[in-house]
Design a protein around this ligand. Structure first.
Ligand SMILES: *Cc1c(COP(=O)(O)O)cnc(C)c1O
Length: 235
């Protein structure tokens, strides 16, 4: 594995190439550097190389790192959200990627109200209908989008997915397309805009960009292989 700065530069370069291929502006896609399991020193190296946006999936682990690093960084919570951690997550993180039920959304809305600010969120969709994964079933989301939009302290940026494991990046394309099409449907149903799509990881972020990703969540290509298995991580 090359150094973190080199890895970051290569991911950014490939993101730009994918954007150009898709006729998109490179500035339209945010790289969320997924630093779960990696130490503060690695994150500091990425910061030195210009990275400002990081993703973590476990609160306890992330809190310690967030407190040690510059407060100018933007942290995205990409893991499954437990109710008893919502308040802390809202205090420490700028964006939550995995709101996966109306009940959780209502709960987050209530805590955000108490804290006096809006929660910035993505709705996670279980695009592959897998029993092992979190996320709204598309049919349920079509039914509940009205209620979700009515939650005044929730700013729904868009949709997020973790597609089923596939043998190659190209095979993930259909899942990214399905997330984008569901987004279009939800906009038509609700009359609201959901401009952002959080999709694509180390193995398939270029395909995700071609299909409209606005946020790619890339970990191992930047920081190296993770030895620990992480709660909320798949495969
Ligand atoms: C760990 C994780 C990632 C990053 O995965 P890589 O394959 O290392 O890029 C992205 N999204 C979520 C939700 C994750 O848990």
């Amino acid at each position: 594995m090359e150094g973190i700065a080199t890895n970051l530069a290569e991911v950014r370069r490939r993101m730009e190439v994918a954007c150009r291929r898709a006729g998109r502006e490179p500035g339209d896609v945010e790289l969320v550097a997924v630093s779960k399991t990696f130490p503060v020193s690695d994150i500091a190296e990425a910061v030195k190389a210009g990275q400002q946006v990081f993703g973590e999936s476990r609160l306890q682990e992330a809190e310690l790192k967030i407190d040690e690093l510059p407060s100018s960084l933007c942290w995205h919570f990409i893991g499954g959200v437990q109710r008893n951690k919502v308040r802390k997550i809202l205090q420490k993180f700028g964006v939550i990627h995995a709101i996966d039920s109306l009940r959780l959304a209502e709960y987050v809305n209530g805590i955000a109200c108490e804290l006096g600010h809006a929660a910035e969120v993505f709705l996670q969709v279980n695009v592959g209908g897998e029993a092992s994964k979190g996320g709204f079933e598309p049919a349920v989301l079509r039914q509940e989008i009205g209620k979700l939009c009515a939650l005044e302290h929730l700013r729904i940026h868009g949709l997020m997915c973790i597609p089923p494991a596939v043998p190659d990046a190209e095979s993930a394309r259909r899942w990214f397309v399905s997330l984008r099409e569901l987004r279009d449907e939800l906009e038509a149903i609700s009359g609201r805009q959901f401009p952002q799509l959080s999709m694509g990881m180390s193995g398939d972020y270029e395909v995700a960009i071609e299909e409209g990703a606005t946020h790619v969540r890339v970990g191992s290509l930047i920081f190296g292989h993770r030895s620990q298995r992480v709660e909320g991580e798949l495969g």
